[in-house]
Design a protein around this ligand. Structure first.
Ligand code: MN
Length: 288
């Protein structure tokens, strides 16, 4: 199933190029969810509600995907995690950079997973507002996984049981001297979308091809089979430090080819099994 959020907080299922509206399901789930819960209420009940969602989707009204504005498929992640330095060629590319000051790149096992502000999460239709046009803002194309089942100290054997789906992600970064979580947490700097493909539709998450282009020029083109910490290891690693909750977002790392964007640019990201999304880069402050 391809689950999406769109327009004014509507919930939908994508079938053959159309979005089928199942917003009444979302209303019912949210109305009965506990206020004290960790994580996203819709993602948390997906196993029990999935059949009803698919039944309603078949009967409901549909709109072509070209006519909707996609939001992040998760409304309320309890946290947004991201893997640094998780592709070898990206590490080599960063060590050779002369335009930014990187003294030392640890390996991911020493660097750990970092966090981005939840408020930075947007869907592709919302675009990326650039707050510091005089500084370098770069795209990092990444495969993103969504946690479906809560867990801590998760074993490698059980790791994929905790994943409910996958989507495309942009981990945007403004270069500078500040802490990484600060520079990657601006509004719109965590694009997730265009929808979540449930895990049962993905044969092997460590064999996902993906590409990114800017204004039609391909810049990143890789596959999760190049990951240093694979999908299972990222889940076991993160869950040694904190409990993972339904709806938690994990960016798995970016391959080589990161590069700058500016207001007016259009980013396209595509993966055969995960879909395609177009994201506009724009100015945060309009000159008057
Ligand atoms: Mn990243």
């Amino acid at each position: 199933m391809k689950l999406c959020r769109y327009n004014d907080d509507r919930l939908g299922v994508v079938i053959d190029g159309n979005v089928h509206d199942i917003t009444p399901v979302q209303d019912e789930i949210v109305a009965s969810s506990r206020r004290a819960m960790h994580g996203d209420p819709v993602i948390a009940v997906l196993p029990q509600w999935r059949q009803r969602m698919e039944d309603m989707a078949r009967r409901s009204g549909r709109v072509p995907i070209s006519q909707v504005r996609f939001l992040s498929p998760v409304a309320r992640p309890s946290k947004v995690m991201a893997a640094p330095v998780n592709y070898r060629k990206h590490i080599a590319e960063m060590q050779n950079r002369k335009d930014i000051n990187i003294k030392f790149l640890p390996n991911i096992g020493d660097a750990g997973i970092f966090l981005k502000a939840n408020s930075s999460v947007v869907g592709p239709s919302e675009g990326i507002p650039i707050r510091f046009p005089e500084r370098i803002t770069e795209h990092e194309a990444e495969v993103v996984l969504i946690i479906g089942k809560a867990g801590s100290d998760i074993t490698r054997e059980r790791a994929l049981d905790h994943v409910c789906g996958y989507c495309l992600g942009l981990d945007m970064t403004v270069r500078g001297s500040e802490d990484r979580s600060f520079r990657k947490s601006m509004d719109g700097y965590s694009v997730v979308g265009p929808w979540m493909v449930t895990a049962d539709e993905i044969d092997d998450p460590d064999q996902l091809p993906f590409m990114l282009s800017v204004n039609g020029n391909v810049r990143q083109n890789s596959n999760t089979n190049d990951l240093i910490f694979d999908i299972r290891k990222l889940i076991t690693f993160a869950s040694q430090f904190y409990t993972l909750y339904p709806g938690d977002i994990l960016y798995t790392g970016t391959p080589e080819g990161v590069g700058g964007v500016k207001a007016g640019d259009t980013i396209l990201m595509r993966s055969e099994p995960l879909g395609e999304m177009t994201v506009d880069v724009r100015a945060h402050r309009i000159e008057s």
